[in-house]
Design a protein around this ligand. Structure first.
Ligand SMILES: O=c1ccn([C@@H]2O[C@H](COP(=O)(O)O)[C@@H](O)[C@H]2O)c(=O)[nH]1
Length: 234
């Protein structure tokens, strides 16, 4: 399977406590997937859990989507780097100066990949209009990806639908990390812009974030393997 050296599947550990997250991690293989720790789990279980997951051999994407004044975001990015995570993110809507401060904080040496969320995959055209963001989700994501690229970040979080245009616009320089991934027939849940694992890879996603289709499966390890195999076959 391709991806054994650099797993492209990132399993989102959206749990309310450390115990179920670690129980799932114990059933997963760091050669098959990385793990994502987001707001809920980090707020409940903190840096110690991240360190234990890394101790099991997993690369960890710390998905806290920092969005604050530049000084605060830069300091948070440095704290994430000290934790030794594989990837960390900020929100592109924080703007040029905030993105530049994050980049400056994570420059040189052995720093995590620094990426920025463009337009959340839960947004559709109507909800974007409600918050006053100009254009379709695709147009807004492309515009924000341009801002992210000019600030020198390593990549973006986008929906699979936007990955081809972002790849074209950035000449392939920006990594594309795509949530909103659903195996065929799986419920979309609160995701508005989705694709199958094979569809996301075909669209140019470098890394795929998959949460509930794995964590809520009867056999999460088998579900993760199935997604990894679908990616490998894509
Ligand atoms: O635009 C975004 C940014 C982040 N996410 C996160 O990815 C996972 C997706 O989980 P599923 O259960 O597969 O829907 C979740 O942790 C989100 O916080 C996103 O979905 N969209």
């Amino acid at each position: 399977m391709s991806g054994v050296q650099d797993p492209r599947l990132i399993v989102a550990l959206d749990f309310a406590a450390a115990e179920p997250a670690e129980a799932l991690a114990a059933r997963l293989d760091p050669a098959v997937c990385r793990l994502k720790v987001g707001k809920e789990l980090f707020t409940r279980a903190g840096p110690a859990l991240v360190e234990r997951l890394q101790g099991r051999g997993f690369g960890v994407f710390l998905d806290l989507k920092y969005h604050d004044i530049p000084n605060t975001v830069a300091a948070a990015c440095r704290a994430a780097a000290e934790l030794g995570v594989w990837m960390v993110n900020v929100h592109a809507l924080g703007g040029r100066e905030m993105l530049a401060a994050a980049r400056e904080a994570l420059s040189g040496g052995d720093t995590p990949w620094l990426i920025a969320v463009t337009v959340l995959t839960s947004h559709d055209a109507a909800s974007l209009e409600e918050i006053g963001l100009r254009g379709t989700p695709g147009e807004a994501a492309l515009r924000l990806a341009g801002l992210v690229e000019r600030a020198g970040l390593d990549g973006v979080v986008c929906s699979p639908a936007e990955a081809p245009e972002i790849r074209r616009q950035s000449g392939g320089r920006l990594l594309r990390v795509t949530p909103g991934v659903r195996p065929a027939g799986a419920a979309a849940d609160d995701q508005a812009r989705i694709a199958t694992p094979a569809g996301a890879v075909a669209a140019g996603a470098d890394y795929l974030v998959v949460g509930r289709p794995v964590t809520r499966a009867g056999d999460p390890a088998a579900a993760a393997r199935a997604v990894a195999e679908e990616i490998g076959a894509a």
